[in-house]
Design a protein around this ligand. Structure first.
Ligand SMILES: Cc1cc2nc3c(=O)[nH]c(=O)nc-3n(C[C@H](O)[C@H](O)[C@H](O)COP(=O)(O)OP(=O)(O)OC[C@H]3O[C@@H](n4cnc5c(N)ncnc54)[C@H](O)[C@@H]3O)c2cc1C
Length: 451
């Protein structure tokens, strides 16, 4: 079977690896680098910048643990080289794995020519591949509204910001979802003055208010200005100044502005009509629970599919697609349950959650048991000099089965894995509570919250 994949991000590379393992002849068409925007522009560079910002803010608190007179200076050149080094290393490793599995990597732009034909345009010309199954995983890019004139210098999207040529003196971030707050954290910890335009009354409008409040308090503590209940409606650069005007008449002037107001799918070049693949008005391709489009042998995955825009979800979709396309008819395979995807926000403190949210359970009138433990009572959090935040576990009061959880605090993105495993495997609170964990460790807060 020949399996042709267009787009080599987390979805495409995972599907290519698995499909090759299952015996398919795999062609992966990628116009940029293997690993995708996730490696090159989004997840990895943003987290690398945040690691530097986090280290800098930690150094700012060293006196509290008995270390004085430690000076730090930011070197953007080194920071840039470090980020480039990480992305290059990850991409090379992924490419090596694919090549070792005989995946044919075609450096070019792919598009459909028909239900079973994919064209790749490379520097050398065009080639057409016949395919028994096709997967589209071309990702997404930042949404840019018509009231903004980007210049990649002072008016930026998230993809222009790694690393900045200079540290913005005053950065105005438009958009207070996950990406927006991560950039606020990144730049305020590096030393920029930051204003965040929040269209509602709470940052992270889709998150638990208690979780959002911890983050807002931290932003206020470090001097971030929150402009709430305001929608930006124009961003104008004038020399070294950028002015953002909001729909209620409020105006903020800073040195830079950064837009973080969502993404749009990379579907317009795919020539979907040629194969009869349907997309919605935004260009997202609809899929069923096997990630099949309306054309059964053509699959879509990752951000292009309009599901949860997470690298981890894209990867899992890629895995499920390879399974379904290659061996799906012979073995039972578990459907992907998007409600069980863990996610994290890499701010300070970190925020992570998985499964059923408390607010959703109340809205559905569902009976739940909520147990919560603050890190202030966890020895390791005190030793680490960061007792902010809490662990919250949501379970079924009748069976004790873990349904979800939230963690706010240091290493939340790592710690949530335990609750994610419990949610996926249907474990009970007693399974967590009776695990004999390391002392002292942050994980003890999980066992305490399960009590
Ligand atoms: C700033 C930011 C930070 C993020 N941080 C995280 C995070 O910490 N954790 C997380 O889980 N998610 C994070 N995300 C989301 C994550 O980046 C995406 O969900 C993920 O990249 C989606 O993977 P994908 O496989 O759909 O596509 P992508 O990673 O976007 O890859 C798509 C690939 O397709 C290629 N392509 C496009 N069109 C064509 C074509 N016609 N022909 C050939 N190739 C083509 C592109 O070059 C690209 O390499 C972040 C997003 C942003 C914006």
């Amino acid at each position: 079977m020949r399996f042709v994949i267009v787009g080599g991000g987390p979805a495409g590379t995972q599907a290519a690896t698995d499909a090759a393992r299952f015996g398919a002849e795999v062609v992966l068409i990628e116009r940029d680098i293997v690993g995708g925007a996730a490696n090159l522009r989004d997840c990895i560079p943003s987290k690398a910048m945040i690691a530097t910002g986090g280290a800098k803010s930690y150094l700012g608190r060293l006196e509290e643990i008995g270390l004085v007179d430690v000076a730090v200076n930011l070197d953007f050149d080194r920071l840039g080289k470090r980020i480039a080094g990480i992305t290059e290393r990850l991409s090379m490793a992924q490419e090596q794995i694919l090549r070792s599995q005989n995946v044919q990597i075609v450096r070019g732009t792919g598009r459909l020519l028909g239900p079973h034909e994919v064209e790749a345009t490379t520097d050398e010309g065009t080639s057409v591949f016949h395919a028994d199954a096709i997967m589209l995983s071309t990702g997404s890019r930042p949404r840019i509204p018509d009231w903004v004139e980007l210049d990649g210098d002072r008016v930026l999207t998230t993809r222009d910001a790694y690393p900045p040529k200079v540290l913005p003196e005053h950065l105005i971030v438009v958009g207070s979802g996950v990406t927006g707050v991560e950039f606020v954290h990144m730049f305020s910890s590096l030393g920029s003055k930051v204003t965040l335009i929040v269209s509602r009354e709470q940052v992270l409008p889709s998150k638990d208010p208690e979780v959002a409040a911890v983050l807002e308090n931290d932003f206020l503590r470090r001097g971030v200005h929150l402009l709430k209940g305001a929608r930006a409606e124009s961003v104008v650069r004038n020399g070294d100044e950028v002015t953002v005007t909001c729909d209620d008449g409020r105006v903020v002037t800073g040195s830079h502005a950064l837009l973080a107001i969502g993404s749009i799918p990379n579907s317009e070049y795919l020539n979907l009509e040629a194969a009869g693949v349907e997309s919605d008005t935004w260009g997202f391709i609809g899929i069923n629970h096997h990630c099949q489009t309306n054309v059964a042998h053509i699959y879509a995955a990752g951000d292009l599919s309009g599901k949860l825009p997470l690298s981890s979800v894209a990867k899992m979709q890629g895995r499920k697609i390879a399974e379904h396309a290659l061996i799906g008819h012979t073995v039972a395979h578990r459907h992907l349950d998007y409600d069980k995807a863990a996610s994290a926000i890499f701010t300070e403190p970190e925020i992570a959650d998985v499964g059923l949210a408390e607010a959703d359970a109340f809205a559905e009138g569902r009976k739940i048991r909520v147990t919560k433990v603050p890190f202030a009572s966890t020895p390791k959090a005190l030793i680490n000099n960061d007792p902010r935040g809490f662990v919250k576990i949501i379970s079924d009061p009748a069976t004790g089965v873990v349904l979800g959880g939230s963690i706010v605090g240091q290493h939340a993105a790592e710690l949530i894995s335990v609750i994610a495993l419990a949610v996926t495997a249907g474990l009970k609170v007693t399974d967590i509570q009776e695990s004999m964990l390391v002392h002292p460790s942050l994980g003890e807060a999980l066992a305490d919250a399960a009590d």
